[in-house]
Design a protein around this ligand. Structure first.
Ligand code: DMJ
Length: 513
């Protein structure tokens, strides 16, 4: 009798302790997520956070539709004026009502805006305009007369990338042909002894420009070349990519970083200057995205990413005394405390890395880098007079004390990187603030960059009445407006589990796992 009563009491106490442990465990899950973002616990944590966030989330489909329609209207305004004043040329000058020729295309007139914008038109279901563009591609697009040095990187990300994306979205074989046509024209650039490609080629005279190639340029071909090989059953394109990666991977400094200036004739780096922003940016992006594209199977890319990203976090990201994260450059022991607008892609990049679980034990740190860097970029925008951010910020510790958030290059070129990060963080975290921030950008662009004849960048974002730079960049239609539109769309529109965006925002399919 006595033993049974004691056993019952012990059982009750044990049940009580177990329940207590369960409650404590739940509290820990809610307040202190583990570092492994996508473990079972992490999913639980995500759900709790999402439910909490979703209370404030704009659910009303008609409000979202109104916002999407506004962005579609912006796209139409940009497209129609380009069509009126610059059709077939690369970009529009919306102030002079004529075309603008960007030096990255040499003097070749190859309809960069048409090609770059086509998948955005298709995604926005602007079918009449999409058909106009498709007809131009079918009947007019040609590189055969292109007698100037043109960037292989730009041909890849804007032209091959866009055609491949259109092929993936529509199944129309015209785009597969065109992607192959452009890639075949770039062939010459890969015939170097080192396998580091030349940066620019003259398609007409079949010459390559001698000189240095930058890291971003030779490290941002793999998404497009892999997919092109897949759909054409021609392994040559993927082989170029493999050879470049083989030549590139050993070129690290002692710190594990990749210098940005490379010499195709020797296969060595020019000096030890390393960057995270312009000229290096998409190299890091493609390490991650090539792995995602492979259905998370490309172990070599995963390994390369993990090896590199620790050094990036250690040496290329700093914080100000008041806690703002920013990206830098490095030359030996000298740190260059400038962050360019282009570097603001980092928020989206780190968020996508966390989501993809490429570096499982570091997902939480990747995510906090993502949020913090995006907070900095948002601050760059809201501390200007126009609500748009400068091309380049000075974060030198001294400067920051005196003049917080002040741009050294104060122009705004309609660039996408800040809204790109808002898009990824919205999709991954579902926190309403990212949609709000994106909408603030829509309004600022409308107020300051819209002209009667299209859109233009600004000379000085700190001026209440800024002058225009006149240029409607093709990436404004390809990227800025696309990311804005997608931020107000349902997650199933270009689902991040099915598509990976190239560095010009052209979506490519992820291979089935
Ligand atoms: C785009 O052409 C691409 O995003 C590229 O990777 C870097 N910069 C521009 C837009 O700013």
């Amino acid at each position: 009798m006595f033993n049974i009563a004691l056993a019952c009491r012990i059982k009750i106490i044990l049940i009580f302790i177990l329940m207590l442990l369960y409650v404590i465990n739940l509290l820990i899950i809610i307040e202190m997520p583990t570092d492994d973002l996508f473990t079972e616990q992490r999913y639980k944590y995500d759900r709790v956070i999402r439910e909490r966030n979703n209370r404030d989330v704009e659910q009303d489909e008609s409000t979202l539709k109104t916002k999407r329609n506004k962005i579609k209207d912006m796209m139409l305004h940009a497209w129609k004026n380009y069509k009126l004043y610059a059709w077939g040329k690369n970009e529009l000058n919306s102030i002079k009502k004529t075309y603008h020729n960007n030096s990255i295309f040499g003097t070749c007139e190859i309809g960069a805006t048409i090609v770059d914008a086509l998948d955005t038109l298709y995604i926005m279901e602007l079918m009449e305009e999409y058909e106009e563009g498709r007809n131009w591609v079918l009947n007019e697009f040609s590189l055969d007369e292109c007698n100037a040095f043109i960037s292989v990187f730009e041909l890849n990300i804007r032209f091959i990338g866009s055609f491949l994306s259109l092929y993936a979205l529509t199944g129309d074989s015209l785009y597969k042909e065109k992607a192959k046509y452009v890639a075949d024209k770039t062939y010459l650039a890969f015939l170097t002894p080192s396998k580091i490609p030349y940066q620019k080629i003259n398609i007409y005279s079949r010459q390559c420009e001698q000189g240095m190639t930058v890291l971003a340029d030779c490290g941002s071909l793999s998404l497009e070349f892999t997919y092109l090989s897949e759909i054409t059953n021609d392994p040559r394109y993927a082989n170029h990519k493999k050879e470049i990666n083989k030549a590139l991977r050993p070129l690290r400094t002692r710190n594990g970083l990749y210098p940005y200036m490379l010499d195709p004739s020797t296969g060595k780096y020019f000096n030890e200057q390393v960057l995270f922003g312009a000229n290096a940016d998409s190299f890091y992006e493609y390490l991650l995205k090539t792995w995602i594209q492979s259905g998370s199977k490309d172990n070599e890319m995963q390994d390369w990413f993990i090896q590199t990203i620790d050094s990036v976090m250690e040496y290329l990201i700093k914080t100000t005394s008041d806690g703002f994260y920013y990206t830098t450059g490095k030359y030996g022991n000298f740190t260059d405390h400038y962050m360019d607008h282009v570097s603001c892609f980092a928020g989206g990049f780190f968020a996508l890395a966390a989501k993809s679980s490429i570096y499982p034990n570091s997902s939480m740190s990747l995510l906090s880098f993502a949020k913090e860097l995006t907070r900095t970029c948002r601050e760059m925008y809201v501390t200007s007079k126009t609500g748009l951010g400068p091309e380049k910020m000075n974060f030198s510790p001294l400067m920051h004390e005196v003049e917080p958030f002040y741009g050294v290059d104060r122009s705004y070129k309609l660039r996408p990187e800040v809204v790109e990060s808002y898009f990824y963080l919205w999709r991954i975290m579902h926190e309403q603030k990212y949609r709000n921030w994106a909408w603030d950008v829509v309004q600022a662009i409308e107020k300051y960059c819209r002209t009667p004849f299209g859109y233009a960048g600004l000379q000085d974002v700190y001026d209440e009445d800024p002058e225009f730079d006149g240029v409607q960049q093709s990436f404004f239609l390809a990227e800025t407006l696309k990311y804005l539109y997608l931020t107000f769309s349902n997650d199933s529109v270009l689902d991040l589990n099915k598509y990976v965006f190239n560095t010009e925002a052209h979506p490519l399919p992820i291979r089935n796992r």
